[in-house]
Design a protein around this ligand. Structure first.
Ligand code: GH3
Ligand code: MG
Ligand code: MG
Ligand code: MG
Length: 324
């Protein structure tokens, strides 16, 4: 797994300082109600990608918060509207928190410029506009945005890799342990039910011995597919390790959890798993232990312990069964 350091380096190499960045296919939003000004800016930015124009500041604001733009250029003055209100709101919304904003001010507006910069406006120009200066400042903002977008994408990808089981594509143990604590706490606070299923493939060693390690891996992948088909989007299905899987089911009491568990068990046992290209079928069964949150003096550790005990009970009672 790559470290954060690797991610930073990779992104820096991808967006070298001084490159023209992605200015050519950038999407710029211009909010300005003066027709001559709009026309002039459109001429200056003719080769800089798409420029969307909004002459009404309210409409411009709603366009900006769609999050489809790489930079906002906004005029400092409108009849009946304070453009700094837009800037402040954009900074408080997730979609536009890091949207570059360039303010077009008029001479003598230093106090307004100062307030704008304090609000998080990235840069400003004073009219009359110098075309080269506008282009240079815009490109700087676009480069900065491209760099940050790339960095964010790398961080997200690295995070996803770190919490995903590469064999099955399910969440891994790290993810489960992080989120189980949160879901448990939420269930206790809201006095909502929560159940977990601890699932273990029966005699998996024998499957490996019979069909080889690759055959065993294919069983794990196919089990993950059958599991996915039988849980809700709000359930957290994860591979805990080896041939053990965990499903956390928020808002699910033990009776409902037993129904889901039984459905999964049946769907696994019903059809042999195809383990190689010859179509060889391997009969597979699983055992499942269920535990549900008790709403007095319960802990995640105790919940896991009860599921583990139930699973042990299922194994001891002959496997291919669900125990609560
Ligand atoms: P039981 O019914 O009691 O669960 O029997 P079992 O054979 O499934 O139990 P055990 O936990 O002793 O064996 C699990 C086996 O799973 C041992 C290990 O070699 C195998 N295994 C663990 N991870 C993987 C994997 O990623 N791929 C494959 N093919 N096998 C794995
Ligand atoms: Mg075992
Ligand atoms: Mg097993
Ligand atoms: Mg096991």
């Amino acid at each position: 797994v790559a470290t954060t350091r690797d991610v930073g380096l990779e992104s820096i190499l991808r967006f070298p300082i001084g490159s023209e960045g992605s200015a050519k296919n950038a999407r710029v939003l211009l909010i300005d109600e003066r027709p001559e000004s709009v026309e002039r800016i459109q001429r200056i930015l003719a080769d800089e990608g798409v420029v969307d124009v909004q002459t009404d500041p309210q409409t411009g604001f709603f366009d900006a918060i769609q999050g489809n733009h790489d930079c906002l250029i906004i005029s400092s003055s409108f009849t009946n509207f304070d453009p700094l209100r837009i800037c402040a709101q954009l900074r408080s919304l997730d979609n536009t928190r890091s949207l570059p904003i360039i303010l077009l001010a008029d001479r003598g507006e230093e106090p307004l410029i100062r307030r704008a910069l304090e609000l998080g406006v990235n840069d400003y120009l004073v009219r009359p506009l110098n075309p080269n200066e506008l282009l240079a400042r815009l490109r700087t903002q676009l480069r900065r945005k491209a760099y940050h977008d790339g960095l964010r994408a790398s961080v997200v990808k690295t995070y996803e890799m770190a919490v995903t089981d590469s064999l099955t594509g399910l969440h891994n143990r790290l993810y489960l342990e992080t989120h189980l604590a949160t879901l448990f706490k939420r269930a206790v606070e809201r006095r909502r039910p929560l159940s977990i299923l601890m699932t273990d493939i029966d005699r998996f060693k024998l499957i490996n011995d019979t069909h080889g390690h690759d055959g065993g891996d294919e069983v794990l992948r196919e089990f993950a597919r059958r599991l996915r088909r039988n849980v809700r989007g709000s359930d957290l299905a994860s591979r805990y390790g080896g041939e053990e899987f965990f499903i956390v089911m928020p808002d699910t009491d033990s009776a409902l959890a037993a129904v889901v568990a039984e459905r999964i068990r049946r769907e696994v046992a019903a059809t042999p798993f195809v383990v190689n290209q010859n179509g060889t079928g391997a009969p597979v069964t699983i055992s499942i232990g269920i535990a549900s949150v008790l709403h007095k003096e319960d802990t995640v550790q105790n919940l896991l312990k009860r599921a583990d005990d139930a699973l042990y009970g299922a194994k001891a009672a002959g496997r291919n069964r669900v125990v609560s």
